[in-house]
Design a protein around this ligand. Sequence first.
Ligand code: ATP
Ligand code: MG
Length: 230
Amino acid sequence: MTTPLISITDVHKTYGRGPNRFEALRGVSLEINAGESIAIIGKSGSGKSTLMHLLALLDAPTDGNIALEGVDTSRLRGGALNGTRNKTFGFVFQQFFLTPNTSVLDNVVLPLKIAGVRRGERKRRGLAALEQLDLADKARNKSTNLSGGQKQRTVIARALVNNPRVIFADEPTGNLDTVTGGVVEDILFSLNREHGITLIVVTHDEDLAARCDRRIHIRDGVILPEEVAA
Ligand SMILES: Nc1ncnc2c1ncn2[C@@H]1O[C@H](COP(=O)(O)OP(=O)(O)OP(=O)(O)O)[C@@H](O)[C@H]1O
Ligand SMILES: [Mg+2]
C-alpha cells in the first residue's frame, strides 16, 4: 500500500474559550491519496472550511495528528511550514484574494516571489501559467479590472505557478454565474486528470461534488460514513 498524501487521524479543532468555546471538528479521520479529487460537503457551519484549513496546514488542530506523506506535520514551524505549504499546495478561494491595483502577472507570481525564485524565471513561469488559463493578454492589466471569471482564472494561474501537488478550492465557483463557474470547474478537473494534481474542493454545489472521485460529508464537525464512488 502506498502512503496517503495527506492523512489526518482523530482531529479535533476547538475555537474560543470558556462560554465561547466551540468544537468545530470532533474527531475526524481521513486519508487522501495522490491524484484523487475530493469534495467536502455539508451545511453552513458544519466545519468544511475548518477541515480544509487543517488539511492545507493553514491552521493547527487542537488535538489529533496530520501527516503529509507519512510525516507528522506538528513539528513543522515557521519557515519550514510556510515553505512546505508554498511548494506543495495551491489555493483557490471564493473571495479571490487578489492584490488590488497590482498587475495580473504580479499577482500570479506571488508564490514564486515567496519561494525566492529570481525575477526573470518568475516572469517566464507566470506568463506560462497565464497562457494556460488563456489570460496572457491580461498580464499587464490591474487585477481589479478583470471580470469575475477572469479573476478566478487568475487565482488558478497563481495556484498553479508553483507546480503544486494539491489544489485546495473553497467554493471556487461560489461568486460566479453558472456558465463561468462551469468553465472554472472544467479547468480544475482537467488539472486533476491531465496533470495528476490532487483536488480538494469545498462546495455546496451538488453537480460539482458529483464530478469528484469521493464525497466527504460533514455534519456538526463529524464526517459521515463515506459512500464508495462508482
Ligand atoms: N475563528 C473562529 N472562532 C470561533 N468560531 C469559529 C471560527 N471559525 C469558525 N468557527 C465556527 O466553527 C464552525 C465551523 O466553521 P466553518 O467555517 O468550518 O464552517 P463551514 O462548513 O465552512 O461553513 P460555510 O459553508 O458557511 O462556509 C462554525 O460554527 C463557525 O462559527
Ligand atoms: Mg466555509
